[in-house]
Every structure is written in C-alpha cells, then in structure tokens.
Design a protein around this ligand. Sequence first.
Ligand code: ADP
Ligand code: MG
Length: 682
Amino acid sequence: MKLDQLPVRSVKGVSAQKEQELHAFGVHTVADLLDYFPFRYEDYRIRGLAETKDGEKVTVLGKIMSNPSLQRYGRAKSRLTSKVAVDGVLVTAVWFNRHFLQEQLVPGRDITLTGKWDQRRLQLTVSESEFPDRGAKRSGTLQPVYSVGGSVTQAWMRKTIEQALVQYGAMLEEVLPLELVDKYGLMPRRDAIARIHRPDDTDEGQAARRRLVYEELFLFQLKLQAYRSLIRKRMDGVAHSVSAETILAFVRTLPFELTASQKKVINEILIDMRSAACMNRLLQGDVGSGKTVVAAVALYASVKAGHQGALMVPTEILAEQHYRSLQKLYADAGVEVALLTGSMTDKRKRDVAAGLQMGLIDVVVGTHALIQDGIEFRSLGLVVTDEQHRFGVNQRSVLRHKGINPDVLTMTATPIPRTLAITAFGDMDVSTLRERPQGRKPILTYWVKHSMMDRVLGFIRREAEAGRQSYFICPLIEESDKLDVQNAIDLHVQLMQAFPDMKIGLLHGRLSAGEKDEAMRDFSSGETQVLVATTVVEVGVDVPNATLMIIMDAERFGLSQLHQLRGRVGRGGHQSYCVLIADPKSETGRERMKVMTETDDGFEVARRDLELRGPGDFFGTKQSGVPDFKLADMSADFAVLEEARDDAAELTGRPDFWTAAAYARLHDILRKDQLFQGDLLD
Ligand code: ADP
Ligand code: MG
C-alpha cells in the first residue's frame, strides 16, 4: 500500500470527524498529511539572557531559588512568583492564573521558562514552563506551526503528524532521481519530511526545506518540460509543406519591409510548421512590435500548404479589427478570410460554418467560440491565439480526438524577462520580437497630479486642433464593475461640458456588443475626437491617428497594464504622448510612475516591475499560469527554480528518458497528472 492511497484515517488518533475536517485542508491521505508543512516555527531553543533584548520572547533554563508566593484576585485570577537563577542572574518569574503550579515550584529544582523578558525589572512573564526532570518536550526545540482551524488545533496537528511519522515515516520513498540528490547533496526525502516537521536546529530545518523546495520546483518544471518534449516527439501534427519562395513572394507584397526581428521569428515559426511535430510556440513582443503581420505570414503559410488557419482573439472589437487588417494584407494573395463572432446573425454564422467545413474559407478570425461551438474545419493547420486565451492542454486534446492536431502559436504582449519566460511558459518554445519597426518616435510620458486636470484638458484640445485624437481611460474599480461604469459615464459628461464643440465617445463593458462596435468605429474613423473608456481598449486596438493616452488614477493599474494602454498610441507617424494622472501614496507607487516616464520599452518596464515587486509577486498574477507552491517562494527560491528548470530540461531531453527504467518513478508521477491524462501512454 502506498502512502498516497492510505486514507488519513489510518493514522492513530484521527477520528471520522477529524478526517472530515482535514479534507477541508486538502488532506485526504497519509501522504497529504506528511506533506502538510508548517509555515513557520515557534522557537523554544534555550538562550542566554545576555543576548536577549528587552521585551523579547525567550526560553531559558534556570534553577528555582525561592518558595513561590501566590496572590489571588477573585475566583479564577492569580499571580504566582518565584525567584529563579538564570545564567547567574536572579530573575523574578511571574505566572498569571497558574496557581496550580505552586506545589511544583520547589527550590533547587531545574526549570525551563518561556516568556517575555523585562530587562529593567529582571522579570520574566512566563507563558510556558517545563521541568527537565519530567522530560521537557518543547524546551530546546523548534515547534512547527501549521495552518489549522475548527477543532483541528495546533497541538492536535503537531501530535497527529508526529504520530503519522512514527507509523509511516519509514515508508516515505525517494522521488528524485538519485543523480540529482547526489548532485546537490540533498537530504533524502524521508529525512527531509521528518526534519521539516521537527527540525533539531535551524540548519537542519534549512537543509530539509532546501531539499523539499527543490523537489517541488523540479517536479513542476518536469511536468512542463516533459509535456513540451512529448509534443515535440509525437509526429502527429500537421507538416506544412510550403516553399520559401511562396512566403517571400507574399512578404514582398506587404506595405512595409519586415524588421530583422520579424524575419527571425517568422523563420522559427516556419521551421516548426514544416515539421510533423506539433508546434506549441509563444510569440512575445512589445506593443507595437508588429505581431499581427507575423501571424498573418504564418496563417498564409498554412493556407498555401493546403490547410486552414484560425485567429482567436478575446473581444469582438479585436476580431473585427484583425479581420479588416488581414483582409487588407491578403488583398492580392487569394486568401479567403471570414469573421465569426457571437453577435452575428445565425444565418451568417451558419454560412461561415459551412464555408469552413467545405474549405471555401481559408482563414477565420473570431472569439474563442471558434473552437468550441462544434465548428468543423476541412483541415485546420494553424491556430493563432493570444495569451488571454492560452490554448489549454484540454482544448488540444479535444481537437486531437476530433482527429485534428493543429500547430499553435500563442501571442503575448506582456513581455517578461527571458528567464521568467522559460520558467512560466516552460511547456512552450519562445520567440521574441526584440525591436519595433523603424521610424517610431518614442511615446513621451508624463506624470501629473490630479490638481493639474486643467492642463490635461488643454492638452486634449491642442491635439484635437492638430487633427489628432485622444483616449481617456477611467480607473478600474475592482470591487464594483458598476462603479467602474459610473466613473466612465461621469467623466464622459464632464468632458462633453468642457468641450461642447467636440464629439466625445464612450466605451465600457456594460454596453452591448453593437454599441461597443459603434463607439470603436466612430473613434477609428475620426468621427469622435476623444474616447472615454474603461480598460476595454487595453488589448490590441489600433487607431494610428490617436496620439494622446490619458490614464486616470494610474496608480491603480499594474505597470504592464499601463504599458499596454500606452501602446494604444504611437501607432502612426505622429509624435504621441501618455499622461498618467496619479497621486500615489507610497514610495513604490511613486517609483512605478517614474518607471513609466523613464522608459517606453516593454522589456525594460517588465524588468523594473520585477525589481519593484520581486518574482513572487510578478508570478502572482493569474495570467502567469504558475501555480501556488506549497513551500517554494518565487523570490527567495528563484535560483533553485533555475536549477530545477535546467535539470528538468536536461533530463527530458535525453533520448532514453521515456524508456529508462531509472525514471519509472518520475513517469509514475507524471502519469497521475491531469496534464498527461490519456496522453502519456504510448
Ligand atoms: P502589436 O505587436 O502590438 O500587435 P501590430 O501588429 O498591431 O503590433 O503592429 C503595430 C503597427 O505597426 C501596425 O499598424 C502595423 O501595420 C505596423 N507594422 C508592423 N510591422 C511593421 C514593419 N516592419 N514596418 C512598419 N510598420 C509595421
Ligand atoms: Mg496586436
């Protein structure tokens, strides 16, 4: 019987009721219980008074020097004192409401005292005391502190885990390959689990923690990398057969010369697409770096190889915009593009569905529903999607079961430093657009206080008089999307009063799809000069004539989000500006505003963001796709994560990894993972 199959009930002292309560902590099996690590330790190690500061909590060993004296107040209250010699100092030990100890405080007897030290009065207010002649248990140790609740108390948890270690500790098996245990001199798993629950000293606790952190990060990386190597190895994808001349001929029809970066990533993508292995590639590039045209070339390649392509985006506005861009780019290329969104009439949808099934449509642009709503393709070769809709493993297997296994290209405009990229997206290959197209003027960014609103309004007027347009972004109110909308409506009214001669548009999440489109179209065509909006416009909207981005209460946004918003301007030839209106309260808040004014390079913004927040926080965002670790801390343990990543890559890259008996245990672990369900068994 394995520990992960033994119900936690098997541990002595765990009743049916306690078992129920443990389930709430995610503890079902003995293995879960042993993996329920303390989040800190209570320090009962004996210390000298000389090294103890006034007011500090300390545990000391002393000898009782006087008969105790007891004062009682009322029924249950009492104050018990005794003189105790500690390190040659006569200390007054004070117990409150422990009158029952009186008998035991016999002069000449050794005692350990834990409590708060009052240096001036040489007094120790005792919270806990033990007698070494009775076998002091806590004193001298580090006591684990677990997250507990209900009838599961700290003491019960300590006792029960202790019991589990006694009963089952010897059955704990090593999960790491021995070569890795050796490489880092890691503590064996059995010892590490025992030690993390009851370390004898901090060094040992550290060594135990180090080992378990490595294990946690290694297994996480192993999953990602194993998945990646599995996908690469499996030759059941679409091998696109398309010549370089065909691609080049198309590229020559583009209205601009591709940047060196664009050429490089297009090559990387084409290599993947030609291979029968299934592409799973992340394309990251700063806002405005020209990802759309890269996607267009890839989709073109798929079509010319006789397949179809799908471009999935998060909103209808974007779908329409991309649809129009592709139509333009493919104008003379003989590629049939269609749009498919939820707000189209059923008849239109049916037509598109039929066109896809018969292969009359080459490329379809739409929201996520594209893949889910039972849309059939004649031959789907490539799916391009964006990070909001990371193409899940599950979706992949849905498609695979339908007998199609397209290449997948995921685009992201949230640049993350390379190390982090490999870490967070370990299951994908990464291509990066490093440069932006030539001739772009940097976006000038200013940070102003709310009190300067008049100047901001003047700025809007100036741009309008020059024929340019402005965005005005309202703060996002996390708790209430009603307030959010109200904010936008209020600001809209305010601007209409300030500029009675101008047309001011309004865009927020509560509008119907049709209304949103209309607002966007009016802004696109220059019909409205100013667009008041919530963060709906964050992603991908492209209006080259817009030159001014104003962001209200900018301190409420994350740096990468600010950078995304800023990327909505500077898309044409005109000098563009971004104005952040903010009165941040904290030093970090001011620092963040400064970062925005100092650089408009997304990678630099990300780097500074990382510096200000640390990788832990950086990864704390949902989109990172990184799980909550039990023990590992993404800031403190980042170096370990990098080791684990390299080790996992090395291991899964070995030709015999999937067949080697030495790694059977790892395969066993992988097999249990949802990521691999029905996928791993070759
Ligand atoms: P993003 O990476 O933010 O999605 P887009 O693909 O929307 O960027 O491109 C931004 C703008 O730059 C578009 O108007 C696009 O036509 C233009 N563009 C893309 N590549 C080039 C290039 N190599 N030279 C000049 N302009 C380009
Ligand atoms: Mg884009």
